[in-house]
Design a binder for this molecule. Structure first.
Ligand code: SAH
Length: 212
């Protein structure tokens, strides 16, 4: 089956699984996942599962990305911080909806590879930082201090405190929190000085490496 048809089939799967956010569904219909997977996995690009990328990491499972993006309630004026650029696939999905995406990746080779693909795809609203995501957006351009939305694509042992500091008033953060085998997605909303935390959806991500 052609990739375009496979993409439509994945879209139907996402709808059937309960994804309703039209911006998220439209992003999935636009972004070719086959461009972000390793050549040897292209034929599996539209399976609803994570796939290996370099450096022992994975491109996230489409349904999990869709859940996280739906929880963020994304809008075209949002400035979004993404931790764990990885393949760049989720970065592209986000950047097709929001105003700007600032994305942080620990492995320089993964970031540089994603930068190449995303630039070739024509995105001009993505900013990259190579470094430790526990620190969030630090010593990076543009010099944003806080973000409307934050999405963490790797499993944290605890909610990263410095990411909470970088969440704007009314902002939403999604982050998988737990041990190395399984985690629970935390959905965090900042209301003035308070953080409201809801725990939902069991999930399994590669670890958010702790460097600080
Ligand atoms: N959304 C990406 C997910 C990649 S997997 C995709 O679909 O391709 C998670 C990524 O987080 C990996 O690329 C890993 O290298 C990165 N990562 C792990 N710990 C990190 C840290 N402390 N700071 C920044 N990135 C980190």
């Amino acid at each position: 089956m052609r990739f375009d048809d496979q993409r439509l089939r994945l879209l139907e799967e996402l709808k059937a699984s309960g994804i309703k956010d039209t911006a998220v569904l439209s992003a999935f219909s636009l972004i070719p996942r086959e461009d972000y997977v390793l050549p040897e996995y292209k034929e599996y690009a539209y399976r609803n599962r994570p796939l290996p990328i370099n450096q022992g990491q994975t491109i996230s499972q489409p349904s999990m990305i869709a859940i996280m993006m739906s929880e963020l309630n994304l809008s075209p004026q949002d400035i979004v911080l993404e931790i764990g650029t990885g393949s760049g696939y989720q970065t592209a999905l986000l950047a097709s909806i929001v105003k700007e995406v600032c994305t942080v990746e620990l492995h320089d080779s993964l970031s540089l590879n994603a930068q190449k693909i995303l630039k070739a795809a024509g995105f001009k609203n993505i900013f990259f930082r190579i470094g430790d995501g526990w620190a969030g957006w630090e010593k990076a351009y543009p010099a944003y201090k806080e973000f409307d939305k934050i999405i963490v694509s790797a499993a944290a042992e605890e909610v990263p405190p410095r990411l909470c500091d970088q969440l704007a008033e009314g902002g939403i953060m999604v982050v998988p929190v737990g041990g190395s085998l399984s985690q629970v997605l935390h959905i965090i909303v900042r209301e003035k000085d308070m953080l409201k935390v809801r725990q939902d959806y069991p999930c399994t991500f590669v670890p958010l490496v702790k460097k600080i």
